[in-house]
Design a binder for this molecule. Structure first.
Ligand code: MV4
Length: 497
């Protein structure tokens, strides 16, 4: 392997290019028409345009990516995350073109992509899954029997699903029929498949995932990431390790994740998602067959460069991870900085990055694909950057993140920076008292009402600004006499803009 085509954009493309260079590999960037001057394009050894700004016209077009690899003489393709990363058909097209796929075997992607098949295979491999039945519900009567067996509350889930679509919680038998109907119609709309199945509803769980790494010889786990701080299935903060995971539980969950990977002949980096219940029972949800956004927190507590190891494993080389017991060292937290405006319900915000002050100093890492002058559009994901810290303890990591957030300045687009600052200062978060519904309960953190003091300050600021504007505004004189120069007229018009 000499030259890697990076089939992605933004921070992850840059992250992969950096890993290629450290591994002594050349990196080829691809870009849409909107990304011609992006950081990932400038960092690569070569860049190839692959189409229009919309992802459907560029980053999602398999044939253009394969053609770009051929044209540039690349011998491998790294998909990053999102876009085509978990499309088995893309992995197969890469391999058919005689290129190395930097990812798991297509069959492993396929096996984990079908949620009910994954459930069956995991159960067979001894991986704990949520109690329930993976056979789709056939009729209301048998569904009621099954739900009674499982015990309420139960959850109706789309068989073809994922991402929370086609999901319904049912607390009593008399709600079941309606939930089945709405979940099925939602599933049909979202996935083109109306089949749904039943699971025990796990109340107030944490979302804890285990990183695995597999080469031809070994499959190891690199502990957990705590990902409970999420809103509408979008993670906002991740940390490693998790306050809820003891060394013993880590070994149990790690062993389950390794078994899951081995059951599908996994290779490379992958992640098993679990629900971790209050009673410390854990249940496999799904496996992500790619490098994930939040991989850096694992890198910082395990001292492993996951992307470099992906590149090695893809070449058939052994991973550089010590055998046996691996332990996390210290604490790492990641905040996803997005161009979402909390004052308008977290709608994506657009504009130009007019000013950017990047945090740095001890224990601070900034993974980003944006620079001053870049335009933030609606074409792609709203994540601008990941701010990641490491410190010896969780308390110090939170303090360090608060300091780094104070240093950060992004001018030109609205961001969720203030949310992260509030979270780092929050008592419940600092105690580690979190679960997947944490932000649903905490509107005060997500979108706080301005305090009376803030409102007063804003009113004073507005009054001063208006007063200043009235003082400096020159009178508008509709000058019909023609005795005035065009320059003076233009200046007056300009001062009124
Ligand atoms: C659950 C659950 C509670 N009980 N299953 C949401 C997305 C999908 N991948 C699985 N999901 C859930 N399944 C049972 N039996 C709660 C969720 C869930 C969730 C899981 C992980 C991360 C965030 C979540 C947010 C809401 C619900």
């Amino acid at each position: 392997m000499k030259r890697v085509l990076v089939a992605n954009r933004g921070e992850i493309a840059l992250r992969i290019i950096r890993a290629c260079h450290e591994e002594g590999l050349e990196a080829v960037a691809v870009h849409s028409s909107a990304d011609r001057a992006s950081a990932h394009v400038r960092a690569a050894d070569r860049a190839i345009g692959i189409g229009g700004a919309a992802a459907a016209d560029s980053y999602l077009v398999i044939d253009r990516l394969i053609a770009a690899a051929r044209e540039s003489g690349a011998d491998a393709v790294h998909p990053g995350y999102g876009f085509l990363a978990e499309r088995a058909a893309f992995a197969e097209a890469v391999e058919r073109a005689g290129l190395i796929w930097v990812g798991p075997p297509p069959a492993a992607i396929r096996a984990m992509g079908d949620k009910t098949e994954a459930r069956r295979r995991m159960a067979a491999a001894g991986v704990p899954i949520v109690p329930g039945a993976d056979a789709p519900v056939q009729d209301g009567g048998t569904a009621r029997e099954l739900a009674a067996q499982i015990g309420y509350p139960v959850m109706v889930k789309a068989a073809a699903g994922g991402g929370g679509k086609g999901m319904r919680i049912v607390h009593r038998a008399d709600e079941l029929d309606a939930a089945l109907a709405t979940a099925a119609s939602e599933a049909l709309k979202a996935f083109g498949d109306a089949s749904v199945y039943l699971e025990k509803f796990i109340e107030r769980p944490r979302h804890v995932e285990i990183q695995v790494l597999a080469d031809a010889e070994r499959t190891v786990h690199l502990g957990e990431r705590e990902c409970s701080i999420q809103r509408r299935h979008q993670k906002l903060v991740e940390e490693a390790p998790s306050v809820a995971v003891t060394p013993e539980l880590r070994e149990w969950m790690g062993a389950a994740a390794v078994a899951a990977a081995q059951a599908v002949d996994y290779r490379g980096a992958g992640t098993c998602e679990f629900l971790l219940a209050n009673d410390h029972a854990f249940y496999f949800l799904e496996m992500n067959t790619r490098i994930q956004v939040e991989h850096p927190v694992t890198e910082l507590v395990y001292g492993v460069d996951l992307v470099r190891e992906q590149l090695r494993i893809a070449q058939g080389l052994p991973m550089r991870v010590a055998d046996g017991w691996l332990n996390p060292r210290g604490w790492s937290i990641e905040c996803r900085i997005t161009s979402e405006d909390p004052t308008v319900g977290f709608l994506p915000s657009t504009g130009h990055i007019e000013h950017l002050r990047i945090p740095s100093g001890p224990g601070v890492r900034w993974d980003s694909g944006i620079d001053i002058g870049d335009e933030v559009t609606l074409y792609y994901d709203s994540m601008l950057a990941k701010l990641i810290v490491w410190a010896p303890t969780r308390e110090q990591a939170i303090g360090r993140m608060a300091r780094a957030l104070d240093e950060l300045a992004i001018v030109g687009v609205a961001t969720n920076q203030a949310f992260h600052r509030r979270l780092m200062a929050d008592d419940a978060f600092r105690r580690g008292d979190i679960d997947i519904q944490f932000l649903d309960r905490r509107a005060d953190l997500v979108n706080p009402a301005p305090s009376a003091d803030t409102t007063r300050r804003l009113a004073i600021a507005a009054a001063l600004a208006e007063d200043e504007a009235r003082r400096t505004r020159r009178p508008t004189i509709a000058n019909g006499d023609g005795d005035q120069s065009q320059w003076a007229r233009a200046a007056r018009v300009e001062s009124l803009r």
